[in-house]
Structures are given as C-alpha cells and as structure tokens.
Design a protein around this ligand. Structure first.
Ligand code: DLL
Length: 432
C-alpha cells in the first residue's frame, strides 16, 4: 500500500525534473526573502539564476547549526511572521535551541510525509495509534500525531513519562500501532512481560525513531511483542519525523524526495561523494515556506541507495546510520551535546572543568552518568554539603539537557587527564 503513488513512485527522471524545478524556485525565494542567505550567496558571487537544476547544487553554500545560532530565533524565516503557525525546537550545542518555524502549508506537508511513513508500515485509517513520543517543542509527538490524523487513524496522544497508563490505554483502547523511541518500546515490552500482559495487547506495528537502533533491537521487538517494527528518521531543522521511513523490505529508509533533496558529502573536505559511499547527509528543503534550508549539514553519517525497491517506491534510501560527524549523543531519544553539560557544570560553585560523561546501554535502557571533580574542601566538609552539591549539579544538568544524569562527585585529579584534547565522553553503546 502506498499513500501517494504519484509522488513516491516517479521515475528517476521525473524525480530529477521535479526536484530541479522546485530547487530553482526555492533558491529564488530564499535569495529574495532571507537577507542572511542573500548575503551568503552574494559573497560567493552566486545569483538565483545560476541554480537551474539538481546538478547545480554543489554551487550553493552549506547551512550549519552555526548559521541557525547566528540567526536565532527567526533570522532564516522566509515569510512574514503572520504566516507562521507553529514553532518547534531542539537542543543546540551551546544551550541555544534550534528554533524552526512552520507555515500552515509546512504543517500539511509534514502530516503528508508522516502519513506516507505510517502507510509504509502497513497502518491504515482502521488502526488505533498510540503516540509515545514527547509532545511539546520536540517534534516527535505533534509530528506523529498530525500524520496519524491525516491518515484518518484513531490517535491516542500518550506523550512520555507514564508507562503504567500507556499500558492501560494500550489494552483498553486496543491500540494496534505505537510510535515511540525504540529503547522505550523495549522498556514497554519488558513491563508487559513482567506483568504477564503480552496476551492482552492488540499491537501489530511500531514506528520507532529519534535515536539510532539496531537490527537486533528490531528482532527483539518483533519477537517479544508479535509486531512488525519500522524505522522513521527526521530532524527538527528539516521538519521532524517523516523525512524518511523504511518499508516492509527494510532495505533503507525511503526519503520523501519531492520535498527533501539529499546529498552525501565528505565531512572533512565537504566534497560531494558517489552514490553508495558513506559520508555526511546533507538536505535541501524543496518546498518548505517558513524556514527553508539550503544544503543543511545534518551531521548524520550514512550512504544513499537509488536502485528501485521491491515495494515499488523509487525514492532514494538512507542506509544504516554510522554515527555522527559531531559530538552529539542521543540518550533516551534526547539530543545531548557535551558542551551543554559542561556549561551547566560551570554555573555551579565548587565544580571544576574536569568531568566525564559515560553512556552505556543496560538491558534496553540508556544509562547516563556524569563524574565530576569538585574542590577538595567538599571532602573535608560534612557529608551533607557534598550531597547538596551533587543534587545541585544533577539539577543543573537536568535543566540544561532535559534528562536526568546519575552524578558522581570525585576528588581533584581522580579523572583521567590528558595533555592533548581532553576526552569528556565514553559511549559504550554499540549502535552502528
Ligand atoms: O529526533 C525527530 C524525530 C522524532 C525522528 C521522532 C523520528 C521520530 P531531533 O530531536 O532534531 O529530531 O533529532 C534529530 O536524531 O539528526 C539523528 O542524529 C537522530 N535520529 C532521528 N531519527 C533517527 C533514526 C528528531 N531513525 C537527530 N535513526 C538526527 C538514527 C535518528 N538516528
């Protein structure tokens, strides 16, 4: 079953033609409506007329998180604020969020892309979808919600944070599909098993994303919950969930190429790479009105495959993610930059800049530990002072990144010190 056959099954020539037309129009709009982009293009002597087809793409400058930061929050919007109907956001490296603005049409296209993704998984209007992504500034909840409604399915907007209630609603409302992070779904599976409730659920499909996961996790979900599990990818800057999703053949994630033009570049030299080679995924939004982005560097490392898929879709497919070209960690589905943790630590009196973030996966849950050296005096004070400091540090980290860390305070010169670039992160998970 295909949601929009006219757009998902075009010949590669038709896709090229459509993308070229939309790219030229988008570049023209951006040049005339966004001063920041106009200046960037003028600086390299580029005129909108120079971009006529997809092959001209390498002439365009890249857009990075630093550009979003420099124009925070609305400097890259291409429409009058009266046309903006929603903002969403996700964390940035230095505490400033990446804020993204949507017009009504952007929201409609987003709902279309998510409906395509759900259809790829086999979900129809007859299904009841439980949304277990967070609602709010994070794009997961509202993105999946609008997509499910567009499909005409029954939506159960759970959000996150209450597994007991999620299980009750799953059983009582006979949810047949769930959209949530893969690690959370395995946590739900565990809770269902512990309570002996597996036989009482009606679940058939799961659409999981927002963090890297493995074939082994898919196999576990399918076996333990008797479902079919699908991968969904997206990022706030480009839209949110639904940029790409995998079909029943699991041969990569089909990109909605009529809206998003993908490229793979070498993250060191920034040179375009050949089809099939692994590098950094770069995306140009072809139809976005609110905040169009040209050649946005996602920092996600992967490769693209363009051969036809057995499902009948002809769109490019994102292959397994191989990590990131920056230091962002995705912990329990939340994006965490070490620099955010560092900034939070620096606000607290008595801490030092020597810290270590340790991430691991125990069972199906991510662990997030932070060890930090604190001033000697705290170890001679009463234990209560040390405990208070630990609570303050934990609270500051929670405020900064949105998830709780297990904090350990240690004496000066306990953590490994290096003379070169200090290593602040140990990630023991094996997800790529
Ligand atoms: O995570 C959007 C989303 C919500 C996608 C719900 C899927 C489901 P951000 O918070 O901006 O947006 O984080 C985007 O998360 O650049 C990847 O590094 C990572 N990521 C997202 N989906 C996947 C996936 C949402 N399926 C960043 N596999 C991205 C691996 C993923 N990594």
């Amino acid at each position: 079953m295909i949601w929009n056959e006219a757009k998902e099954c075009m010949s590669r020539d038709e896709i090229y033609h459509l993308q070229s037309k939309r790219l030229a129009k988008q570049v023209d709009r951006v040049y005339h409506n966004v001063e920041y982009y106009r200046k960037k293009m003028q600086a390299i002597g580029l005129e909108p007329a120079d971009i006529r087809e997809v092959a001209d793409l390498p002439k365009l400058p890249f857009t990075t998180y630093e550009d979003l930061n420099a124009t925070y929050p609305f400097g890259l919007t291409a429409v009058d604020q009266s046309q903006i109907v929603r903002v969403q956001a996700s964390s940035g490296t230095t505490g400033k969020s990446k804020v993204v603005a949507y017009t009504k049409k952007d929201i409609d296209i987003w709902a279309e892309c998510v409906a395509r993704a759900f259809t790829m998984a086999g979900i129809t209007r007859k299904d009841a979808i439980q949304i277990g992504y967070g609602y709010g500034l994070f794009t997961g909840g509202l993105g999946a919600h609008y997509g499910a409604e567009n499909l005409g399915a029954m939506v159960i907007p759970m959000s996150t944070g209450n597994t007991k209630k999620l299980i009750t609603m799953m059983i009582d409302c006979k949810a047949t599909a769930i959209a949530c992070t893969p690690s959370y779904l395995l946590h739900v599976a565990e809770a269902l098993e512990e309570q002996g409730l597996i036989d009482q659920i009606s679940l058939k499909y799961a659409i999981c994303g927002a963090e890297p996961w493995t074939e082994n996790m898919r196999e576990q979900m399918e076996r333990r919950l008797h479902i079919k599990a699908f991968d969904i990818y997206g990022l706030t800057e480009i839209m949110g969930p639904g940029v790409a999703c995998d079909c029943e053949y699991h041969k990569g994630l089909h990109i909605c190429e009529d809206h998003f033009l993908p490229e793979i570049i070498n993250p060191e030299t920034l040179a375009p790479m050949e089809d099939g080679e692994t590098g950094e995924l770069v995306i140009t939004t072809l139809t976005k009105e609110g905040m169009p982005l040209l050649r946005y560097r996602t920092r996600d490392l992967t490769s693209l495959q363009y051969d036809a898929c057995e499902c009948g879709r002809t769109t490019a497919r994102i292959q397994r993610f191989k990590g990131r070209s920056d230091d962002m960690l995705v912990i329990r589905g939340v994006n965490v930059f070490p620099s955010q943790v560092e900034q939070a630590l620096l606000t607290i009196d008595g801490t030092t800049p020597n810290y270590m973030i340790m991430v691991d996966r125990v069972g199906n849950n991510d662990t997030f530990d932070v060890a930090i050296e604190v001033e000697e005096r705290f170890f001679s004070d009463e234990i209560r002072a040390l405990e208070k400091l630990r609570d303050n540090v934990a609270e500051a980290i929670h405020q900064a990144v949105g998830i709780k860390a297990k904090v350990k305070l240690v004496e000066p010169n306990t953590l490994e010190h290096s003379e070169g670039k200090t290593k602040h992160v140990i990630d023991k998970r094996k997800l790529s």
